[in-house]
Design a protein around this ligand. Structure first.
Ligand SMILES: [Cu+2]
Length: 464
């Protein structure tokens, strides 16, 4: 039998942050006949793997800027307690959002079980409206599928419902409401679920990360998402965080690494890793036979889909890992800003300044200066492009983070090693010699329907 005290002890082993968070609320005595006590998280740190102290062995995952929910065993049932409630989530230092989530955070905690586990989840509704939870991707009895009205009555505010099913298939799953779905998902109600294989050595990896793709529409200067937005979201997040608030994915060189991604936004995200290729090891439907996996450096994750990618962390360094839609690596910005590249705005600005002294035109040579500019922002608003690396402004926001691979990172150590120390002679450098004018094609003529190109012969030095 496992008590909450065991969880706390377990959590505190080498994990100061989690211990502090869990110990913050007192350990209470409860009867196993009652509800499992719910653990509430009060911060957005990335917690190290929660090693199983009861139930069957598995290799736990690391949730990016998140945590896994402790459970208790009760006569062979693995019991969890989720509380649907309003939460405050720090999106990145400098901005907090008033969201709805589970157990103190959005997304809710990751639920980790083992294939074949009998799982019982108590869901308490502390929202101002009814809700349900749908266990996205799970094969289960129809009445446990969580579609309000179709499979069960909705859970009214103040009520607790119980879901019971066997985790029949190992793989990557999500959970989210199927009640007032557009509003509740726009407010951040979702979480990750991992069902580990029965055999802990089946497709074992050294590091197993997971996070959800989600998005919000929060006006600059405000705290609460607009819930009727359909497509035009302005905050593109990994687990309700934006860069530079998203932690790095820290690996030891040579590790086999898995990253599981689930998409609960309303658009697709081409997820791109620099430096190394990966294979698609799993989809929504389960694991892909190793012989059938294909290599990629970008994989599109469609709405409602999950992907587990795997790679060997062969190359040490700080490797960008991000959504390839350029506007998804930016934070809230003014929409409908005209392109000003090539426009001489100096004259225009002078005239406008006579009327509006603070007027400033932007972007006549691109927008990169935005990354360095410290403009006054409304309160609770993040810069559009931000983050600073060892070489200067990174000019990113939103769905962007760094995979940090280090030769001397210890096994099981997820702490940030700082910026990569590049070996001498391996960083792009400035050419300090003379710069010749580029060679251009001199003449293009049309003759008798044919295209004849007369170009200046390239200089002999081009041929070495
Ligand atoms: Cu994207």
């Amino acid at each position: 039998m496992v008590t909450r005290r065991n969880f706390i002890t377990n959590a505190m082993k080498g994990v100061t942050g989690l211990g502090v968070a869990f110990a913050a609320s007192s350990v209470s005595r409860y009867a196993l006949a009652g509800l499992p006590e719910a653990v509430i998280m009060n911060n957005s740190k990335t917690y190290p793997p929660l090693l199983p102290e009861s139930g069957r062995l598995f290799n736990p995952v690391v949730t990016l800027n998140g945590w896994s929910l402790p459970w208790r065993m009760n006569n062979n049932w693995k019991e969890f307690h989720l509380i649907a409630e309003p939460v405050v989530r720090e999106i990145a230092p400098g901005m907090k959002a008033h969201l709805w989530g589970y157990n103190g955070q959005s997304p809710g905690p990751t639920i980790e079980v083992v294939e074949g586990d009998k799982v019982r989840i108590f869901v308490t509704n502390r929202l101002p409206e009814h809700t349900t939870i749908h266990w996205h991707g799970q094969p289960l009895p129809n009445g446990m599928d969580g579609v309000g009205g179709l499979n069960q009555p909705q859970i009214k505010p103040g009520k607790t419902f119980v879901y019971e099913f066997e985790a029949m298939r190992s793989g990557t799953f999500m959970y989210h409401p199927h009640a007032d779905e557009m509003v509740q998902m726009a407010m951040g109600m979702m979480g990750f679920w991992v069902t580990h294989p029965k055999d802990p050595n089946f497709m074992k990896v050294d590091r197993d990360f997971c996070f959800l793709l989600n998005s919000y529409d929060i006006d600059p200067g405000s705290y609460t998402p607009k819930v009727n937005t359909m497509l035009d979201f302005n905050l593109w997040t990994f687990n309700s965080r934006v860069f530079p608030g998203i932690d790095s994915l820290v690996c030891r060189q040579g590790d086999r690494v898995r990253i599981r991604v689930g998409n609960l936004t309303m658009t697709n995200h081409p997820i791109h890793l620099h430096g190394m290729n990966f294979v698609i090891a799993g989809t929504d439907g389960g694991w892909i036979n190793p012989n059938a996996r294909w290599p990629e450096v970008t994989t599109d994750v469609a709405v409602g889909q999950m992907r587990a990618i795997e790679f060997d962390a062969t190359l040490p360094g700080d490797w960008a890992f991000h959504c390839h839609k350029a506007h998804h690596t930016m934070n809230a910005m003014g929409h409908n800003v005209p392109t000003m590249i090539g426009v001489d705005t100096a004259e225009i600005s002078k005239n406008i300044n006579k009327l509006i002294p603070d007027y400033m035109s932007m972007g006549e040579s691109g927008m990169a200066s935005m990354g360095e500019m410290h403009m006054p922002l409304p309160q609770n608003t993040l810069p559009m492009m931000t983050g600073t690396g060892q070489f200067g402004p990174i000019e990113m926001g939103g769905m962007f983070t760094v995979v940090k691979i280090r030769e001397n990172q210890k096994v099981g150590d997820y702490s940030d090693p700082g910026w990569y120390k590049n070996p001498q002679g391996t960083v792009a450098y400035e050419w300090k010699g003379s710069l010749d004018e580029p060679v251009r094609a001199e003449e293009v003529e049309m003759k008798k329907g044919e295209i004849e190109v007369k170009a200046r012969k390239p200089h002999s030095h081009c041929h070495g």
